[in-house]
Ligand binder design. Structure first.
Ligand code: FMN
Length: 215
């Protein structure tokens, strides 16, 4: 099995990437081949430019734009699973992740009454979101609905999607350099030391499950 992992954080070694690397190791532990991309290390790219190239019958289901996203899109087409991670930026996925999302999903949208999607091969998707907000906030705020919406749409066009939220992350190494009053640095550090390791273990297990028992 081939699993594609995409880090939608601009930071290649922080919270999101750490969890994605664990999930990748989990997938590898079950014999999968993993292809890992740092979205923000790709050549320049944009979201969908509405060229409608993908709607021409000859290109059905394929984005024809050749930029930094093209290698990721073609790797996902050949994959048996997709692990996509993004920090929460202003209650949403990051701009880069949204660009990938548009370019990945729009080619499969048929604009036909039925079927809605022309994706010939559904693959399991794991969407990982990290945030300052704690996990519980997703139950009581619009964050929950935002994630459900991504889960629904990814499930329709790419394949059954699981969501893994990791909140209350450590945002910087040294909070004392900033005049922030919203956070208790000691609490953040404690959470990072006590809870984040268990979340890494959960990420590993989800990566392994994607290969062992694809959903
Ligand atoms: C531009 C920007 C916007 C953010 N907006 C939010 C937000 O709306 N809600 C939230 O809970 N965290 C927000 N955060 C915090 C990040 O989601 C959080 O620190 C995340 O774990 C960072 O992921 P990383 O360590 O992989 O880069 C924001 C961070 C940045 C840089």
């Amino acid at each position: 099995m081939k699993i594609v992992v995409v880090n939608g954080s601009p930071r290649p070694n922080w919270n999101t990437a750490t969890l994605l690397k664990e999930a990748a190791e989990g997938a590898k532990s079950q014999g999968a081949e993993v292809v890992y991309f740092d979205l923000y290390r790709q050549e320049k790219f944009t979201g969908c430019i509405s060229c409608f190239g993908c709607k021409l019958p000859a290109n059905e289901g394929r984005c024809i734009v050749k930029d930094g996203l093209a290698p990721i899109l073609s790797a996902i087409r050949e994959a048996d699973g997709l692990i996509l991670g993004t920090p929460n930026y202003f209650g949403d996925i990051t701009a880069g992740t949204r660009a990938l999302y548009e370019r990945l999903l729009f080619p499969y949208l048929t604009y036909k009454i039925s079927p809605r999607s022309c994706n010939p091969k559904a693959i399991p998707v794991l969407l990982v979101m990290t945030s300052n907000a704690p996990n519980a906030f997703y139950e009581t705020s619009p964050y929950g609905e935002m994630l459900k919406n991504y889960q629904r749409t990814l499930s329709t066009f790419i394949g059954n999607t699981k969501v893994f939220v990791v909140g209350d992350t450590l945002q910087v190494k040294d909070y004392s350099r900033y005049n922030w009053t919203m956070f208790d640095p000691e609490k953040k550090k404690l959470h990072h030391e006590t809870t984040f390791p268990a979340e890494k273990t959960q990420a590993f297990a989800l990566g392994a499950e994607m290969v062992q028992k694809p959903w």
